[in-house]
Each structure stands twice: as C-alpha cells, then as structure tokens.
Ligand binder design. Sequence first.
Ligand code: ATP
Ligand code: MG
Ligand code: MG
Ligand code: MG
Length: 436
Amino acid sequence: MRLTKAFQPTLKEVPAEAQIASHRLMLRAGLVRQTSSGIYAWLPAGLRVLRNIEQIVREEQDAIGAQEVLMPTLQSADLWRRSGRYDAYGPEMLRIQDRHGRDLLYGPTNEEMITDIFGASVKSYKDLPKALYHIQWKFRDEVRPRFGVMRGREFLMKDAYSFDATYEDAVASYRRMMLSYLRIFQRLGVRAVPMVADTGPIGGDLSHEFLVLAPTGESGVFFDAALEEQDWLGRPVDCDDHESLATFFSTVTDHYAATDEKHDEAEWAKIPEERKREGRGIEVGHIFYFGTKYTESMGIEVIGSDGASFHPQMGSYGIGVSRLVGAIIEASHDEAGIIWPASVAPYRAAILNLRQGDEACDAICESIYGTDPENLLYDDRSDRAGVKFNDADLMGHPWQIIVGPRGAKEGKVELKQRATGERFELSVEDALAKIG
Ligand code: ATP
Ligand code: MG
Ligand code: MG
Ligand code: MG
C-alpha cells in the first residue's frame, strides 16, 4: 500500500478520553474510531490486524478438527426462553422487537443457537464428537464500556462449542481446545497464561481463563513462572489420543495459576519464591465444560449405542478477537508507539523514502515495494524524514526499510527493527531476505 493512497488517519494529539496506552495508540495510529459508546469502526490498518488474528485462530481451530460456521448476530428470544436464560441474562442483553412485535436479541453468546442447530440434525452417537466455531460480532450492554475495544459493547468473538457422548470424550475436547488456545496465543506473539476459573453452579475444575499479562489488566493474577516458559507449538500432542492429551493437560494444571477470584494463599505458599509471578492480566480467552446444561434444558437427545437416548455433553470456548488487538498493544508498546508481533502486524515492513523525488531513492523504494505491494507499506509522502520516522514507530511495523540519498547511491538501505531498535546497513537483497 502506498501511504499517499491509503486511508490512515493518524492523530498527533493524544485523545483525552483514552485512559490506557492501547486505547490511545489505537486512536492515534488510526486503527479504530468510536462511533458511539463502546462501539467502534475498524479502519484499514486496524482491520488488517483483526483479520490476521482471526486467521491464526481459524487455522488452529481447524487443526484440532473444529469446523467453522457463521451464525447470525440476531437471535430469537424464544430460543433463549427454551434454555431459561432470556430472563436470567439481565441488562447486558440488548433486546429488540421486529415490526411484528416479535422479541429478538443481539447475541451476547451462542450456546442456545448452536445447541438448537446441532439438535435438529444430529440424532446418533455415531455422529459424535463434533466441534463447531464461528467468528462473529457480539453485543453486551456493558455498564461501563471502557479502554476502547478492550471492553466494548459490540465486539468480535470466536466462540466454539463441543458435543460429546461421554464425560471422558468431553474432557478430551476440552483439553484439545486448551492446546489450541495455547498455540493460538503463542502464534499471536503474546503470553497468555491459562488460569483456573470459576465454574459456577456446575462445579468441577474444567474452566480456564487465558490472561495476557499487562499492568492495566482488570484481574489480579498469581502464577508459577514454569507456565510462561513452555513452547506449545513445539510440543507433539496426539489430539486423537486421550493419554497424550492427558499428559499435555497435566503440564498446565501441575502448575499453580489463578486470578484473584480463585486465588488460594495456602497453595501459593508452596511455590518456590523465585518462581512466583504476581501482577495483572487481561482476559482474552475462556474455556468451559458445562456437561448437559443446555442439551437438557433445551431437550436435545441423541440415540446411544445401546439404543437408549441421552443428552450430549457440551463445552464452550471463547476468544476475544477484538479485545486481543488492544491486549497485544497493551503488552507490546513503548513511548513511541505500537510494537506489533510479526504475525499480526498490518504490514510486514514500512518503506521510508527519505527523499521523495530523488531518482535513486525513488528507484530503490519502488523496486522493494514491487516485491510485495500487498504487505508492504510505502511511505511515499513528501514529508520530512522526522515525520516518517515518528509515524512508522507509532504504527509499529516490525521493520522499517529506510532509504536515504547517500545509501541509495551505493544500492544500500538501512533496516531498523522496531522491537529492538537495532539498525543494519544492507543491500536491498539482504534487507528483503532479513524481513522474511
Ligand atoms: P469479562 O470478564 O472481561 O467481562 P467475560 O468473562 O464476561 O469477560 P466471556 O463470556 O468469557 O467474557 O467471553 C469470552 C471472551 O470474550 C472473553 O474472554 C473476552 O476476551 C471477550 N469479551 C467479553 N466481553 C467483552 C467485551 N465487552 N469487549 C471485548 N471483549 C469481550
Ligand atoms: Mg463480562
Ligand atoms: Mg470474565
Ligand atoms: Mg469469561
């Protein structure tokens, strides 16, 4: 993308309404604009990040055999009356009426709808297990929308649902999802630590929240450093084998990790001092096993191998896709701006032409840009170098390819790595190889 053609409205002033760094930076970098309280429009660069996150989520969900669907944002109130949640959900639910006076709602989550869809087509244990997910906008009328996209009212969530015949199979589904989540967050370049979460009236120990560590997080977190040091992408786990999943799962649950809601001082005291990590975190994911709660309340049954019908076991698994954009920035920025992990960055690199109109500079910039115009951002404005440096730092591209008249004469460019500030003087070829 050529910057002169792009819609990238950066702001020089720090927006007064934004209290935390990620919100300020998202507004300043022109990633989003608020359209009303807790509701945001995504501008081109922000949308590219959102799409990159979605794609990683999609690949890793597909990898464990979950299948993508797309359910609507609007749901019928009757669906929720069947589960008993229409009245129970409370004021976070946005309730709407159509012209015929029928009650609708803007979905805050999709357990009812997916259970209904599943129940209408799956009739036999032979069709289990199944895992379905979608990436769709949700609406929750939060009392206090704040921190930009971090606590929006309309927000993008990936929510998955599993259906199994037995408790053992449901546990395997839960563990598969946990692995998928750990891989997703690692690929996104953030540390999200799985922590024991409240299971509410259902009980048991099968609920975990994933928290990105950041001082502005809303939850207090306590965890064993061993959980940070794992390489989930490098770990061979056979997702079809319950034993292998159990071994993997114990590498997580063997280590203490809890938010302030579930913190247990007695257990905490047993952890060696040097491994104790305490701080704050942002909830970016939540996985939950809830058994037959919805299949029972909504009357969904399938026929078992013995001919008797039973209620399938379920779990649900959410990731805050739009919240993650804020959370990643919260965990990865400095005074000058955003520092995108390469996997989610809107562009691989920015090309900064320090003297637009200089024959050698223009030629080198064009030749670099031509290699991948989709994923490179060419700052071809006639602005001063300082403006270009500041904007590139603010936007947080992993690399800056800096092209000035002196180097250009010798076919050299300067490559700056945003995260480290390291600079390299390289030939065009070597620079392109280095940014990968
Ligand atoms: P929170 O505790 O932050 O209110 P939640 O526990 O109500 O979140 P879940 O029902 O677990 O949220 O939804 C799954 C995921 O959706 C959360 O882990 C979070 O990442 C994201 N999410 C929930 N509410 C919001 C919101 N208002 N804005 C953006 N993302 C959200
Ligand atoms: Mg909530
Ligand atoms: Mg929560
Ligand atoms: Mg939650």
